[in-house]
Design a protein around this ligand. Structure first.
Ligand code: NDP
Ligand code: 2IT
Length: 443
């Protein structure tokens, strides 16, 4: 099977869906060999079936702002593939949300979830709504209107949304509260819930902590450690902050963070607790860091993060934030590993260059799987009506990340010893999803 033809067909069928096509091309490139070595895959048209989401819902979300004006946003829910379990993935509220972005996220999520080893399929939803700058009441009204439609499509055994950009504990609370009221049932239909009403310990921290754990395992395999390493991180949201916190616990020094307005650089190490206060508690701007640390360098270009010298680079902001020039800079400056906290932060050219250079590079579906893994653990706890301890969840998260790392090594190690984590992650996940689809008949 020539995958060039598959790509041409996919482009025709999904015109203009830049991000979805980008994510699909990367996976196709990795799995082409294994696909062709197993003729049963093609005999069963597996690739065509995998490239089509099972269901997409698009709906209107009207809501009233504080001035009384009625606004209309567009809501989406992409139920990509449930061969391994109910649809599971985040909800994203961001002004640039469109079908292509949510399809790319749901497609990636299907493979990522397979790597966790938990019984979860892949999905993603969201809306082109900007929570930034809105009052709590406006966010509440938006979430209620969004849920007025979404509640029909989700359920603890069907589809369980969780956090992504612009959706954190506040939004999950508002969404869950309205769902509960609409269906008159208290059930584990969301993850990322408050720990006093069914949420799991460590879910908030899980993506960032998991990212640090997989990087630690990478260094252990090279008889090295995170201790004393300089770490460049982009973003200052959920993923970035908890990656920074765990890196600090493990003895690394986080020297950059960013938001959409700019980035900060402190050679001596950033005070993570203060950034948490600015971003998590006050929903402020990263620039406010200078109020307490006036000597910190600030640039109005968030992309400047990659110009500094660091041993580890963790892009944790958004897709396509790390381009070819940035990775060339990083490698020239001696960066030993780039691990993706965000989904698809490296552009295709950057990814290609990193693999050509045989650089240490762990792609998102392996590196940031800790978040959805703990979401999976939250679902298990909810269905057992039990709460596991913080220590227990942390240990399970750690085991899952080490296992994902080793799975990538198993499927991605090349003859010269270089580990192509992109290939490893894609092949391992594909084989798992493909087998489940074959077992279940034609779907
Ligand atoms: P948040 O909304 O909590 O934070 C996003 C952060 O990134 C904000 O600080 C935002 O700045 C910043 N940002 C966004 N775009 C840019 C940009 N172009 N340049 C610089 N900074 C930018 O989102 P999350 O931390 O939850 O998500 C970040 C990434 O991680 C996304 O790709 C998401 O899909 C992925 N992810 C999230 C998981 C989760 O559980 N939350 C799990 C796995 C992956 P500002 O404050 O100015 O908006
Ligand atoms: O990209 C991701 O893995 C997430 N946004 C987490 C989704 C979830 O359901 O916890």
């Amino acid at each position: 099977m020539d995958f060039k033809e598959v790509i041409i067909k996919l482009e025709k069928k999904n015109p203009g869906e830049k991000e979805f096509l980008q994510a699909a091309r990367e996976v196709l490139e990795s799995i082409q060999d294994i696909y062709n070595q197993n003729p049963q895959f093609d005999a069963l048209s597996l690739i065509d079936r995998l490239l089509e989401p099972e269901r997409i819902i698009i709906f209107k979300v009207p809501w009233q702002d504080d001035s009384g004006k009625i606004n209309v946003n567009r809501g989406y829910h992409v139920e990509y593939n449930a061969a391994l379990g109910p649809y599971k993935g985040g909800l994203r509220f961001h002004p640039n949300v469109n079908l292509s972005i949510l399809k790319f996220l749901a497609f990636e999520q299907t493979f990522k979830n397979a790597l966790t080893g938990l019984p979860i399929g892949g999905g993603e939803g969201g809306a082109d709504f900007e929570p930034k700058g809105k009052s709590n009441h406006e966010v509440l009204r938006f979430c209620q209107s969004f849920m007025d439609e979404l509640y029909r499509h989700i359920g603890p055994e069907t589809d369980i949304p969780g956090c992504d950009m612009g959706v954190g504990s506040r939004e999950i609370g508002y969404l869950f509260g309205h769902y509960r009221r609409l269906v008159n049932r208290f059930e584990g239909v969301f993850t990322g819930k408050g720990t006093n009403w069914g949420g799991s310990w460590i879910r908030k921290e899980a993506t960032g902590y998991g990212l640090a754990y997989i990087v630690r395992k990478f260094f252990e395999d090279h008889n090295d450690s995170i201790k004393g390493k300089k770490v460049l991180i982009s973003g200052a949201g959920n993923v970035a902050l908890y990656a920074a916190e765990k890196i600090f616990h493990l003895g690394g020094r986080v020297i950059t963070l960013s938001d959409t307005n700019g980035c900060i650089f402190d050679q001596n190490g950033i005070d993570i607790s203060f950034v948490k206060e600015i971003k998590e508690m006050n929903r402020g701007r990263i620039k406010e860091y200078l109020n307490n640390y006036p000597k910190t360098k600030y640039s109005e270009n968030p992309g400047d993060v990659w110009k500094f010298r660091g041993d580890i680079a963790l892009p944790c902001a958004t897709e396509n934030e790390l381009n070819l020039e940035a990775v060339q800079h990083l490698l020239k400056n001696g960066c030993q590993i780039i691990a993706e906290g965000a989904n698809m932060p490296a552009t295709p050219e950057a990814t290609e260059y990193l693999l050509q250079q045989k650089a240490g590079f762990i792609p998102a579906k392996a590196a940031n799987a800790g978040g959805v893994a703990v979401s999976g653990l939250e679902m298990i706890q909810n269905s057992m009506k039990m709460i596991w301890s913080r220590e227990d969840i942390d240990a399970r998260l750690h085991r899952i990340m080490v296992n994902i790392h080793d799975t990538c090594v198993k499927y991605g190690k090349e003859k010269d010893g270089y580990v192509n984590y992109v290939k490893g992650a894609n092949v391992a996940a594909f084989l798992k999803v493909a087998q489940a689809m074959i077992d279940q008949g034609i779907m």
